[in-house]
Design a protein around this ligand. Structure first.
Ligand code: ZN
Length: 218
């Protein structure tokens, strides 16, 4: 009898989960998650958007998170999308702070990572106003890497004086985030300190400025 009660309770719990499935998104991102996703833990309450179905999320312009892999449609069948296997050199980017700073989970430790050689307009500085194109730059970086697996490459200096890791960030398809931000006009080449891609980054900035990309638009 006791077993039966337990089994029914489990079944009911499952049923209520299946019926009242809800998905979480953030107004700062374009991904939706299962509420249990480790990326969803970082959503600030004031930015939380709750969807009752994947369709609802997608109509609002959201795409499924690649980490928790929520269904793309509400028929609740097994999600058949491929589970990608990454080498140990890849780490989850669980949050984007702003255009040039991200948070990466390295063996269970959330590390702040400052992108080397690039500077994006300020959005989160406690005593500076939001700069022109800052919001767009944050959104660009967020759409590129939040909820994605990334590979970090270091230059000569591994951490800055705030303890943040200093790194070049790559996506599994080879996209080089630091360079892409400058090429598409979401940030500047940051040349105050020397780094190995300084010449390239300066060139990318020049091209972006000449073509009026992003913040360089006339
Ligand atoms: Zn997720």
């Amino acid at each position: 009898m006791r077993k039966l009660v337990t089994a029914s309770a489990v079944f009911l719990a499952f049923l209520s989960f299946a019926i009242s499935a809800e998905f979480w998104g953030s107004t700062e991102s374009n991904k939706y998650h299962y509420p249990t996703c480790r990326c969803a833990e970082n959503i600030k309450p004031e930015n939380l958007t709750v969807f009752n179905s994947p369709e609802e999320a997608q109509q609002a312009g959201y795409v499924p998170c690649k980490v928790c892999n929520p269904p793309a449609s509400g028929n609740n069948t097994q999600n058949t999308s491929q589970v990608l296997i990454y080498s140990k050199n890849y780490h989850l980017c669980c949050r984007v702070v702003d255009g040039d700073t991200i948070v990466v989970d390295i063996d269970g430790v959330c590390e702040k990572v400052r992108l080397v050689g690039v500077d994006t307009p300020e959005t989160v500085h406690p005593n500076k106003p939001v700069e022109h194109y800052g919001k767009e730059a944050s959104a660009f970086t967020r759409n590129m890497v939040e909820g994605e697996m990334v590979r970090l490459e270091y230059d000569t200096q591994r951490r800055d004086r705030y303890g943040r890791l200093l790194a070049y960030v790559y996506l599994p398809d080879g996209t080089f985030l630091n360079a892409e931000i400058i090429k598409q006009g979401y940030g500047f080449a940051y040349t105050r300190f020397p780094f190995k891609y300084m010449d390239q980054f300066r060139q990318y900035e020049r091209s972006a400025r000449e073509s009026g990309a992003g913040l360089w638009a006339k």
